[in-house]
Design a binder for this molecule. Structure first.
Ligand code: ZN
Length: 303
C-alpha cells in the first residue's frame, strides 16, 4: 500500500527515486563504525544498504497529506533538469515524479501547501520546473512554507560559510528564489499551525532552519522529520550524524529530543529518505532507541 489514514488525515507516499547515493557508510555517517553496518547487513539490505557494494541506499520521496480538504506536499525531492555540478548523482535528472504524483490523484494545480522541511538540494527540487529558459513554480496555487532561518542561511546574498558549501550550488537560485519572487512563499519562524491536525516546529541542527511536521488527529500521531535521520542505523545510534549536518552537536540533541517524543507518544516516525517501509514506530532503549515496528507502506518496486 502507498496510503495510510491517521485520524482524519491521509498520508500517501510518492516516489521520485530509490537507490544508491554513491556513498559508503563511513563517508555518509563518519561517526558510525563499519562493524555496525557489517553486523546489520542482514536487516539493512537491500532497502538501506547494498551489502555487496557497501553503498548506502536512499529514497527520494514526497509525503502527500490530505487534511481538512487541503492537499499538502512534504518535501519536493531533487527535481528534473537541475544543474548540480557538485552533486552529479542528482544532476539533470529526468524522473517520472509528476506522473507518480498524478497516479496518487494529485495534479500540480491541486496542491494547496508545499512544506520544505529545510532548504537542501534534495528537499526543494520540485518546487520549480523548467519552462523554456525559466524556473517557475510547479504548484501554481500553492503556498510554499519555508523556515525563515533556512531561507536566510542558504540565500547566497548573505554569504554564509556553510558545511555543504557547493553541494547546494544553484539550489536557492533555481528552486527557492523563483517561488519567492512569484509571491508564493510564507517564511515562518518558531511554530506554524497549518490546520487543526498539522503543525510545523523548528528542529535545528541538520540545518539552522530544519523543521518537523507533527500530525495529531484523534488518537493517531506522526512526525515528519525530514533529515533528522537518513538511515535506521541512526535510530539505534542516535548520536550518529550524517556528514551533512551543519551543527553536529545541535543535530544530535535534536535527534534525541524528537525520537524521544515519538517513542513517548506512539508517533509514527517519518523521515524523508527511508526506503523499505519508509517509516517506523520507535521505543526507548536506555539512551538509545529501537524499531518497534515498520509502517505498512510497500517498499519500492522497480518499474
Ligand atoms: Zn535530504
Amino acid at each position: 500500500m502507498d496510503q495510510l489514514d491517521l485520524g482524519n488525515v491521509s498520508v500517501t507516499r510518492v516516489w521520485e527515486y530509490f537507490g544508491s547515493v554513491e556513498m559508503t557508510p563511513d563517508t555518509f555517517f563518519p561517526e558510525s563504525p563499519q562493524a555496525t553496518w557489517d553486523d546489520g547487513a542482514e536487516w539493512l539490505a537491500p532497502h538501506f544498504l547494498n551489502s555487496e557494494t557497501n553503498i548506502v541506499n536512499s529514497a527520494l520521496q514526497t509525503w502527500v497529506l490530505r487534511s481538512e480538504g487541503k492537499t499538502i506536499l512534504v518535501d519536493t525531492g531533487v527535481g528534473n533538469h537541475k544543474e548540480r555540478p557538485y552533486a552529479p548523482v542528482w544532476s539533470r535528472l529526468e524522473t517520472d515524479f509528476l506522473a507518480n504524483l498524478a497516479r496518487a490523484g494529485v495534479e500540480p494545480e491541486d496542491v494547496d501547501i508545499v512544506v520544505n522541511t529545510h532548504l537542501h538540494i534534495d528537499h526543494v527540487g520540485w518546487n520549480t520546473y523548467l519552462d523554456g529558459r525559466n524556473w517557475v513554480p510547479t504548484f501554481p496555487n500553492a503556498t510554499y512554507l519555508m523556515p525563515k532561518a533556512d531561507f536566510d542561511y542558504w540565500n547566497p546574498a548573505n554569504n554564509h560559510k556553510t558545511l555543504l558549501g557547493r553541494g547546494n550550488q544553484n539550489v536557492f537560485e533555481d528552486s527557492v528564489a523563483p517561488v519567492h519572487e512569484a509571491g508564493r512563499t510564507l517564511l515562518w519562524e518558531g511554530t506554524h499551525h497549518i490546520d487543526a491536525n498539522l503543525r510545523l516546529d523548528l528542529a535545528p541542527g541538520h540545518t539552522p532552519g530544519s523543521s518537523v511536521l507533527t500530525l495529531e488527529s484523534g488518537s493517531d500521531r506522526a512526525v515528519f522529520v525530514g533529515d533528522l535521520l537518513h538511515n535506521p542505523v541512526q535510530i539505534l545510534e542516535p548520536d550518529t550524524n550524517s556528514c551533512f549536518c551543519e551543527d553536529p552537536a545541535g543535530a544530535r540533541a535534536t535527534r534525541h529530543k524528537i525520537l524521544g517524543w515519538a517513542a513517548d507518544h506512539n508517533a509514527l516516525l517519518v523521515p524523508a529518505h527511508l526506503g523499505g517501509h519508509g517509516a517506523a514506530e520507535v521505543s526507548r532503549e536506555g539512551s538509545r532507541f529501537a524499531i518497534k515496528g515498520w509502517a505498512p507502506f510497500t517498499p519500492y518496486q522497480q518499474g
